[in-house]
Design a protein around this ligand. Sequence first.
Ligand code: UDX
Ligand code: UDX
Ligand code: ADP
Length: 470
Amino acid sequence: APVKVRKICCIGAGYVGGPTCAVIALKCPHITVTIVDLNKARVDAWNSPDFDLPIYEPGLEDVVRQARGKNLFFSTDVDKGIEEADLIFVSVNTPTKKSGVGAGFAADLNYVELATRRIAAVANSSKIVVEKSTVPCRTAESMRTILEANSKPNCRFDILSNPEFLAEGTAIQDLFAPDRVLIGSLQTPEGKDACEALRSVYANWVPSERILTVGLWSSELSKLAANAMLAQRISSINALSAICEATGANIDEVAYAVGKDSRVGPKFLRASVGFGGSCFQKDILNLVYLSESLHLPEVAAYWRQVVEMNEYQKRRFSKRVVDTLFNTITGKKIAVLGFAFKADTGDTRESAAITLIKNFQAEKAFVTIYDPQVPHAQIWEDLKEASPHLTLEQIQKQVTITSSAVEACNKAEAVVIATEWKEFREIDWQDIHSRMSKPAFLFDGRLLVDAEKLRTIGFKVTTIGRGEVL
Ligand code: UDX
Ligand code: UDX
Ligand code: ADP
């Protein structure tokens, strides 16, 4: 019969594990949830007395305030967390491999494997182990093999796949009212019991018709597929934005008309300077790698093109900036507004802004950056990683980070909007215009501003997906 879950341990207090398990604690007061992480600084931040949490996510602080110290705990004692739990989420990082076989494509499963081996080594009682990190297909199978080969007598391990579909910036909303919760298990009686145990945790707040139970591999593949298809929509609309720019059609109008077809739907059709985030590119590359290892080169090529279109979009936008500024930005001051990969997050992983700024640096421009959430140290770290051949001192000769949009735009020749922060919509553009060099150029990489209005102020406005009407 299914176990009744009383204690949950989550390994990994990051963007996925932190918010997910905080919400589980809030919604299940009868379950004790302990989130463990090896990174002491991160755990300390989760425990900070003034709720100075390690990640910025609207609504998260409120959830942590309500549950922390009651049935939600953060700790560096990984072993104790494992020992006490009936159910363990594995939410560790799975970055793309940087070297070795599959470098640049395959997921680095080292962290998952280490966490799994730790569970095997420490557990003295049966556990349900839930794969939460986005991982390639069949990772659950590897976890099962490791656990079974290392288990003690009277210890049973049941493996579930329960991919997380939250989007950053709306994580709490997504967790409170998910489109669906997906649980994959072996279709054995034990597998189904484990699945039921986790299902009953979510059933505390998720309507039962939204909790889908499927096979292990379908669950793992569904997560990759969902992200690949979402990213594909953006690459499709971005490919069309290039046609619009060349023809005078307007991508906003095209996207609206296309999205009105109920078979297509209106969401996720916003042309942009390119998608970012820790998931889309990584998951598609995983899918490409998987397809290749299954000897399906046509399938691999199909998905690879989604990522290539995204790279093209970033290149194309950078080139448009240079072309518009009379074919050179050498020595010119370019203000980049936004550094996060999307609004309402401080996360910068794979952010399009990083590529744009790197391109502007290569053209020898002076770049000023403003983002309302991203810590300056993070920006420096990202720029350093993007240009490994440069020292930080060299980068800082060309790049400045400011604490306001006005300061970034002061005396700039051009403003580039890279992230769709709401506050950029409310900027006093008249004031900004008066502070800029003339002609004052504005490049809207996010379809954010009212281009017509800015033109009446005097800006030369260039928008993604619209022909040149300077
Ligand atoms: C994504 C998935 O949405 C989520 O379900 C999954 O669990 C993790 O990956 P996330 O990366 O946090 O979430 O954010 P998302 O809102 O999907 O945005 C990804 C990128 O696409 C951002 O850079 C965003 O700006 C860009 N985007 C999104 C567009 O350019 N246009 C759009 O219409 C939508
Ligand atoms: C299509 C468009 O749907 C319609 O809006 C446009 O005006 C003309 O082109 P049509 O070609 O008549 O209409 O049929 P449609 O239902 O779109 O199917 C096209 C093909 O796709 C068919 O061969 C159909 O079997 C196939 N299809 C459709 C699938 O293989 N899978 C699906 O999920 C849907
Ligand atoms: P995600 O976006 O998938 O949540 P993050 O990088 O934000 O990824 O979070 C993953 C967390 O997992 C990190 O804080 C990292 O320190 C932690 N972690 C990785 N391996 C282990 C491990 N073996 N034991 C405990 N924590 C781990």
